[in-house]
Write a protein that binds this ligand. Structure first.
Ligand code: PHE
Length: 357
């Protein structure tokens, strides 16, 4: 029995892997293993012999099983150590910067505007870019003969030859979203509607596609004072300055009465624009009290409700805030321009985190 013990303890210690270990287990304590066969012989022994050999064989079997289990654990440990050694990596090495795209200034500014107005209780509304002429013009109190239709350099779609309905247009402003939102939500309401608009025009300050954000607030007693406060709050937050001076200039839009264009006080110093000081004024938006006919077109009773509306050029305020000189470059998709003026993808503008950082 001592020979058996010595042999198996040595073989187990020498086993190089789990398969070799399993072979040894079968050889020693398997059904037909050496130790199992010895145990079978117990039956042919005398009672006295059995009393000595039985416990000794059992103890040997236990010893070998324990040695097998210990060796198995040691092999597993060694395998893990080996794996950890080969898969080692230095987590203190600097990361490899991955070239990601940037957020376009228009998207950034749209997010900034949305964050500011959301804080004042404005939800975001949307409308189609291909719009019926009723929503784009008639409902906004711009009848067929009105010069504003021509002034807007409208892009028209074409109809089939036998179809004599008026053609759809590419919306020339975000104002049709006023009508759609009034119809869908009724009064009171408070929304902004950022989006693309189209006019046939192209030079340093005009592109055939550009962006506006419409504002609309309707309630029982909304006034020009509310409009003024909202716009002042907006401009302070957007340009990240404590004080700004706005100038409301009487103007005319068919869909507001009275109407005002709003300028912001600024100065030019060495070709860069400074907001909030100086002797210059820069126009940033059109606005006014919603015309009763417009409320009617939106199925809202002008005897009970009134409100203000404004339309602001997103591209324009983006150029002002970030000092971007040429509007056309916005839409050239020049990677160098996008890397220069673009924003990091994970810097989402919020009022608490800072709008532009
Ligand atoms: N829709 C006007 C434009 O595009 C702007 C505007 C909107 C003016 C709302 C007044 C009220 O010029």
């Amino acid at each position: 029995m001592d020979d058996l013990r010595e042999k198996y303890i040595r073989l187990i210690a020498e086993a190089g892997d789990e398969a070799a270990l399993e072979d040894l287990r079968v050889q020693a304590v398997g059904k037909k293993g050496e130790i199992s066969l010895r145990m079978r012989e117990l039956g042919r022994m005398t009672a006295e012999e059995r009393q000595v050999a039985g416990p000794a064989l059992n103890a040997l079997k236990d010893e070998i099983n324990a040695a097998l289990a210990a060796k198995k654990a040691a092999l597993a440990d060694a395998a893990l150590d080996e794996r950890l050694r080969t898969e080692w990596l230095d987590v203190t090495l600097p990361g490899r910067p991955r070239r990601m795209g940037t957020i376009h200034p228009i998207s950034q500014v749209t997010e900034e505007v949305t964050a500011i107005f959301a804080d004042m209780g404005f939800a975001v509304a949307e409308g189609p870019q291909i719009e019926s002429d009723w929503y784009n013009f008639d409902a906004l109190n711009i009848p067929g003969h009105h010069p504003a239709r021509a002034e807007m350099d409208t892009f028209y779609t074409t109809r089939a030859e036998e179809d004599d309905r008026p053609p759809h247009v590419l919306r020339t402003h975000t104002s049709p979203v006023q009508i759609r939102t009034m119809q869908a939500q009724g009064a009171p309401l408070r929304v902004i509607a950022p989006g693309r608009v189209y006019r046939a025009d192209y030079d340093q300050t005009h592109t055939p596609m550009f962006h506006q954000v419409e504002g609309l607030a309707i309630d029982r007693d909304i006034s020009m004072a509310n409009l003024k406060w909202c716009l002042e709050e907006f401009v302070k937050a957007f340009f990240e300055v404590d004080a700004v001076e706005l100038r409301f200039r009487a103007s005319h839009f068919p869909f507001t009465e009275p109407s005002a264009e709003v300028d912001i006080r600024c100065s030019w110093q060495d070709g860069t624009l400074k907001i909030g000081e100086g002797d210059d004024w820069l126009e940033i938006l059109g606005s006014g009290m919603v015309h009763p006919k417009v409320l009617q077109a939106g199925d809202i009773d002008p005897e009970q409700w009134q409100g203000f509306a404004f339309g602001m050029g997103i591209d324009r305020i983006a150029m002002l805030k970030y000092g971007i000189p040429d509007l056309r470059a916005f839409f050239d998709s020049d990677l160098r321009w996008l890397r220069h003026y673009g924003f990091a993808g994970l810097d989402v503008p919020t009022l608490h985190g800072g709008l532009s950082r």
